[in-house]
Design a protein around this ligand. Structure first.
Ligand code: NAP
Ligand code: SF4
Length: 655
């Protein structure tokens, strides 16, 4: 008997049989943009083989002006069909179903040819859009329909019409961005005319069986956004107009409320899908921050939705559904919602991948193949680099022994996991621990490396990580000075007044850790769960940190510079709301009984604190001067888990 009966109950929609209730949500990978269709096909095929019920592609624009970036993908003419067939054939051969998402960026396009309902610039884009004339709006509707027809010719099982996240259609629906006076603007009825026309005409052209998902913006999270009453009205109209499924969209991209970052609680927005489900008869999809089997089953069992969509978790583990079905949930490589290798890459116009699974989107390039000879390999250091290398080598058939001087595996992960917004790292540690056992990797903890060990192995890999960099400041040996790792490991308890030297990722993480209180996510960010107010916004509660924390850096720029664009803004807002002080452009002078002395704006200043926490970067830790190093031991400059895991994985393929 299945542990997840609701998840594995098949669903039939318009004659299309879905084998389970899990949808792989739309996720741009960058493979679409470079027309790397063989790579895209391999990416989807791997996930179809992993038993996902239904997959949705990244967004394809219906025309030139709707593209998200200058190089973004577009489906607008017949010559593109055969390339898409490569993808759909690969998926169908593997028993999967796939839907193409049609996404017009509107004023969110990052190129100068952008168009929108009104000429109102988005705060996150540097160009102002051109207002479409009424006949151009009509033409754009026909482009949506043309795109859907081409999708059908390409073998897709349906289309998803992207009506949320603040893109083109959403811009028509909201009075925030729609100041038109023609039949596409004015009252709410007129503002929803565009999506309903797209749905009606698409259904008319493509017949009853073709799946049409409409992604409705259930919670705009911006001023002048829709109320629940308006959303439910639109939902019912979408059903009438021919939508076969309603997917949920949460938050415009310009909203200053995190919706998918790790600080968002798991399944945080399923409540809004329940409202949709209770008001329409077509199936609904719950989204955002689902990353584990139990939450999916609970969501479906408790009637929040008919299907659950996840996107990033399928980068982290293409076999998520299969493992769930086979009751091997402990073997799932869990998405930790970091965005570091997926959305942050896309923002930098790079191909997406995954921090915990560097194979994602590189299915045709990286191959984990059995080695011709079985080697005995010692890995020194069970942090992210060492663990990733150990598993890859073991999968390839090598005999692997991993040692660590600490009493637990994980290295720097053990510091990260205690930061409130990073508790997902516990999952990564669980995954590694389970997989080491499964792949028969010998693990020796509390074991120091010595050179005599070399004789027993064909190869020795040093993944010994980093040590905190101690800056040269007069008085650095003062008893008030502590390093971040002693704070995060709980070895040192710091006082009420604290200065942090270094405003990089670890400085911000340490500050977050020191807040030491539980926040109610909805109250803190001002989310009105009843959505009575426009956009679902309400007054944010003021929660002030009980500790007096000041973060310093020498450079003039923003704090957390090296961190990913898609998450760092939320960390900065949250810490500022908590009353933390940020002081940049300083010169450190001295540490003594009075605290930290520094020069700012040419003036000598002093901050009286109980403790000064050093978060000023890292240096490599190497027990030997020569050897095969990976991760922080190889190069401590800007080392993070993404590079550590990737280097471990790549060496694992090589040896
Ligand atoms: P980092 O990001 O390089 O930050 C180091 C900080 O220390 C900077 O603010 C730097 O600012 C300061 N600093 C550097 N040298 C100094 C010196 N000699 N004296 C005084 N201050 C000095 O390093 P990190 O915070 O240790 O993080 C390590 C890596 O992990 C980074 O790549 C980071 O991005 C990554 N990480 C990522 C996350 C995440 O959530 N994505 C979280 C934690 C860490 P000034 O030079 O201006 O003073
Ligand atoms: Fe998830 Fe991070 Fe991987 Fe993106 S990079 S899929 S957020 S684990």
């Amino acid at each position: 008997m299945s542990l997840y009966p609701h998840t594995f109950t098949p669903l039939e929609i318009h004659g299309n049989k879905l084998k389970n209730r899990i949808v792989m949500g739309s996720m741009h990978t960058g493979l679409e943009d470079y027309l790397s269709y063989k790579k895209l096909a391999a990416y989807f095929k791997t996930r179809a083989e992993g038993d996902v019920g239904l997959m949705i592609t990244g967004g394809f624009s219906p025309n030139f002006r709707g593209r998200l970036t200058p190089i973004a993908s577009q489906l607008s003419n017949f010559t593109q069909v055969s390339k898409h067939r490569t993808v759909t054939n690969a998926v169908h051969e593997s028993g999967g179903k796939i839907i193409l998402q049609i996404l017009h960026a509107g004023r969110y396009a990052h190129h100068p040819f952008l168009v929108a309902p009104s000429a109102i610039k988005a705060p996150i884009v540097k160009y102002t859009p051109k207002e479409l004339t009424t006949s151009q709006v009509e033409k754009t509707i026909s482009h949506f329909v043309r795109c859907a027809k081409l999708a059908k010719k390409s073998g897709y099982d349906g289309v998803e019409i992207m009506g949320s996240e603040g893109y083109f259609i959403n811009q028509f629906i909201s009075k925030r961005t729609n100041h038109r006076t023609d039949r596409f603007g004015g009252s709410f009825e007129k503002r929803i005319h565009l999506p309903l026309e797209i749905l009606r005409r698409t259904r008319e052209e493509l017949g009853d069986k073709f799946l049409i998902i409409y992604r409705i913006s259930a919670l705009d999270l911006v001023k002048e956004g829709s109320t629940a009453e308006e959303v439910l009205h639109l939902a019912k109209e979408c059903e009438q107009a021919g939508a076969s499924i309603l997917n949920t969209g949460i938050g415009w991209h310009e909203a200053r409320i995190p919706t998918i970052a790790a600080m968002v609680p798991r399944a945080a927005f399923q409540f809004i899908t329940k409202e949709l489900k209770n008001n329409v008869s077509v199936p609904t999809i719950a989204v955002n921050r689902f990353n584990n089997p139990d939450d999916i089953e609970t969501c479906l069992r408790d009637g929040f939705s008919d299907l659950v969509s996840m996107a990033r978790p399928f980068l982290a583990d293409p076999n998520f559904v299969k493992k769930m079905k086979e009751h091997k949930k402990e073997e799932i490589n869990t998405c930790i919602a970091c965005n570091q290798a997926c959305l942050d890459h896309i923002f930098e116009l790079k191909r997406a991948s995954c921090l915990v699974n560097p194979l994602a989107c590189y299915e045709t390039e990286y191959k984990i193949e059995k080695s011709h000879i079985e080697k005995k390999i010692l890995i020194v250091g069970a942090g992210p680099a060492g663990l990733s290398c150990a598993l890859t080598l073991a999968e390839r058939g090598h005999k692997v022994h991993i040692i660590d001087k600490n009493s637990e595996i994980g290295g720097q992960f053990n510091l990260a996991k205690v930061v409130p917004s990073k508790s997902e790292f516990y999952e990564t540690l669980r995954y590694y621990s389970v997989m080491l056992k499964k792949l028969n990797v010998k693990l020796s903890l509390e074991t120091e490396y010595s050179q005599e060990m070399n004789q027993d192995y064909d190869e020795v890999v040093f993944a010994t990580g980093v040590s905190p960099r101690i800056p040269k400041i007069q008085g650095i040996d003062h008893e008030k000075v502590v390093v971040y790792k002693d704070v995060l490991s709980g070895k040192v308890k710091v006082g009420e007044k604290v200065a942090i030297i270094g405003g990089g990722g670890i400085g911000l993480d340490t500050a977050t850790y020191l807040l030491e209180h539980q926040l109610n996510f909805y109250d803190f960010w001002g989310i009105d769960k009843t959505v009575k107010s426009e956009g679902g916004l309400t007054e944010q509660t003021n929660v002030k940190s009980l500790r007096d924390i000041t973060i310093f850096q020498r450079s003039a720029g923003k704090f957390g510079k090296g961190l990913g664009k898609t998450t760092v803004w939320a960390h900065r807002i949250a810490l500022k709301k908590e009353g933390l002080k940020f002081i940049n452009n300083v010169q450190y002078k001295l540490i003594d009984d009075e605290g930290l002395h520094f020069i700012k704006d040419g003036r000598d200043q002093k901050l009286n604190v109980d403790h000064i926490i050093i978060c000023s970067g890292q240096t490599s830790y190497r027990p030997v001067s020569e050897g095969r190093f990976i991760g922080g031991a190889k190069n401590a400059q800007a080392i993070d888990a993404k590079r550590a895991i990737k280097e471990g994985f790549e060496l694992g393929l090589e040896l």
